[in-house]
Ligand binder design. Structure first.
Ligand code: ZN
Ligand code: ZN
Length: 295
């Protein structure tokens, strides 16, 4: 929400195509003010940046240089930075940014009514909860911005997993690595390469990424349920819940817990030899018969 008419007026000037160092500084100073004011125009400003200026703007803007301690302020900055982030930035920005912003994201106060970032105001996921997914998506592409088999199958998911990028990233940045693994698995499945998807899934599990990436948690829970390990599946899903998170994948975990509870209730009725309660009301009472059935 824009608080200040003077700030709004400053959005009238765009970054010129032949921007000088001074123009870049003006843009960065205004973008920082956007974060303080939780300005909804920051997002479109960041989306409009072209590749010529992206690298210098990202480097100068994406980390909080001043105190953004009020709810919604850091989230506004992160919401802009994650949209500015692209694999074409030189040097590669993803791990550098995540290494430097990750702790601030985790300790930032949550957005609340009257003090929320523009995404929360519009009921989208809060950038604090989804920024790692933007980082992961960007990591999938090579320096030219293309998702290639060479990068994904040859480097990121290389099967000798100790020297794969995924193995390296999972040591210090597990939530990013978890989402990278999920995206690579999904990519293989969409290409009809189910064997490869299974291999990648196994790699991710060996790195414990199914404990931090909900899509992988659900995948592994389905396997456990198929083997009747209901308690284990339930405990794993509960462990992956993040209270208050606006990431839609958390909704999947909550829905899975409800399904497990109903599965368990049905199972107990079955063990006691009782009919499944959800069908009892639909059954015809035993003494109600049609006397002239074929008339
Ligand atoms: Zn603004
Ligand atoms: Zn927010």
């Amino acid at each position: 929400m824009i608080q200040n008419a003077e700030h709004l007026a400053s959005h009238g000037t765009l970054l010129p195509d032949d921007a000088s160092a001074a123009d870049v500084m003006v843009w960065v100073a205004r973008a920082r003010e956007c974060a303080v004011q939780r300005c909804e125009l920051l997002r479109s400003e960041c989306e409009a940046v072209d590749d010529n200026h992206r690298s210098e703007l990202f480097k100068a803007f994406a980390l909080p240089a001043q105190d953004l301690s009020e709810p919604g302020q850091l989230a506004t900055l992160v919401g802009g930075a994650m949209r500015l982030l692209k694999p074409t930035i030189t040097p590669r920005p993803e791990i550098w940014w995540w290494r430097n912003i990750n702790a601030a994201i985790r300790s930032a106060p949550r957005c609340r009514k009257g003090a929320a970032c523009p995404d929360c105001e519009e009921r989208r996921p809060c950038p604090l909860d989804v920024a790692h997914e933007y980082v992961a998506l960007s990591l999938l592409s090579d320096n030219a911005g293309h998702q290639t088999d060479k990068r994904i199958n040859g480097l990121i998911m290389k099967t000798s997993s100790t020297d794969s990028y995924l193995g390296k990233w999972s040591e210090n940045y597990p939530v990013v690595a978890g989402h990278v693994a999920y995206l690579c698995i999904k990519r293989s499945e969409l290409a009809g390469e189910h064997g490869r998807a299974e291999t990648y899934s196994g790699n991710a599990r060996r790195l414990d990424l199914h404990l931090v990436e909900p899509h992988l948690t659900i995948r592994h829970a389905q396997t456990l349920l198929g083997q009747q390990h209901v308690n284990e599946a339930e405990a794993m899903i509960k462990g992956a819940l993040i209270p208050g998170s606006t990431n839609p994948s958390q909704e999947m975990l909550r829905a899975a817990l409800i399904r497990i509870a109903s599965f368990r209730a049905q199972d107990e009725h079955r063990k006691r030899g009782e009919p499944d309660p959800q069908y009892v009301l639909l059954r015809r009472p035993a003494d109600r018969v049609r006397t002239r059935r074929f008339s």
